[in-house]
Design a protein around this ligand. Structure first.
Ligand code: PEP
Length: 250
């Protein structure tokens, strides 16, 4: 039985004041969330404050990006071991915004995946197709190539200490959600592809859905057999909305 998991990706949003309010809102309502793990992923600079505000709450903290190196002359970069040092447990990697805007190719995302695990953290590895790729029947090939980059570099066993997030690019921040059937189809494909290499791992790995998830559509998505929770962007910036999504997962 896989434990449901909901992760909030705050992206480059917030200020000291708004993040304080958001975290206090989540913390004060989290008792109503049963049986779901919760992760929040603030921008780097706010991570220490969020770690402090969420101390002993059971809510885990993730970062949104990481360097592929651990230490050294890499101006402007932040490493996995530093993120672990300040209280992070997870890092989002392979997000479509990083793939599209910051040159995170499949190979680069795989190297970051490796760095995250080397630093003692858990990757939340995002995969997903563009609208054009879906419309031309390439969804499975695109997702498989994204997964393969990690498996070729590290072996399938590396997926054991990771979470996968299927995020169709056309559904991110657009208000267009994949239907529960569309999402389930790709989640089943991902689990099946892993199962061909390691059945026990495939049964165990948490696969989250991301792309315009809201409290109103969360329950239907999360009730699909291969959807184990969500990676939430916009809706994670509102404490009540986020908590309602977490409740739908639990
Ligand atoms: C995301 O960026 O990971 C995401 C799922 O965003 P949204 O929920 O806003 O579509």
């Amino acid at each position: 039985m896989r434990k449901p998991l909901v992760a909030g990706n705050w992206k480059m949003n917030g200020s000291t004041e708004s993040i304080n309010k958001l975290v206090k809102g989540i913390r004060s309502g989290m008792d109503s969330v049963k049986n779901a793990g919760i992760i929040v992923c603030p921008p780097y600079v706010y991570i220490p404050a969020v770690v402090e505000l969420l101390a002993s709450s059971g809510i885990a903290i993730g970062a949104q990006n990481v360097a592929k190196e651990q230490l050294g002359a890499f101006t402007g970069e932040v490493s996995a071991c530093m993120l672990k040092d300040i209280g992070c447990q997870f890092v989002i990697v392979g997000h479509s915004e990083r793939r599209a805007l910051f040159g995170d190719t499949n190979a680069f995302a795989a190297q970051k995946f490796a760095a995250i695990q080397q630093g003692g953290l858990t990757p939340i590895f995002c995969v997903g197709e563009s609208l054009e790729e879906r419309d031309t029947g390439k969804t499975e090939a695109v997702v498989q190539a994204q997964l393969e980059a990690v498996v070729e570099l590290l072996g399938v066993a590396a997926l054991d200490q990771s979470v996968i997030a299927y995020e169709p690019v056309w559904a991110i921040g657009t208000g267009k959600t994949a239907s529960p059937e569309q999402a389930q189809e790709v989640h089943a494909f991902i689990r099946g592809w892993i199962a061909k290499q390691d059945k026990a791992l495939a049964d165990k790995i948490q696969i989250l859905y991301g792309g315009s998830v809201k409290a109103a559509n969360a329950k239907e998505l999360f009730s699909q057999p291969d959807i184990d929770g969500g990676l939430i962007g916009g809706a994670s910036l509102d404490a009540d909305e986020f908590l309602n999504i977490c409740k739908a997962a639990g």
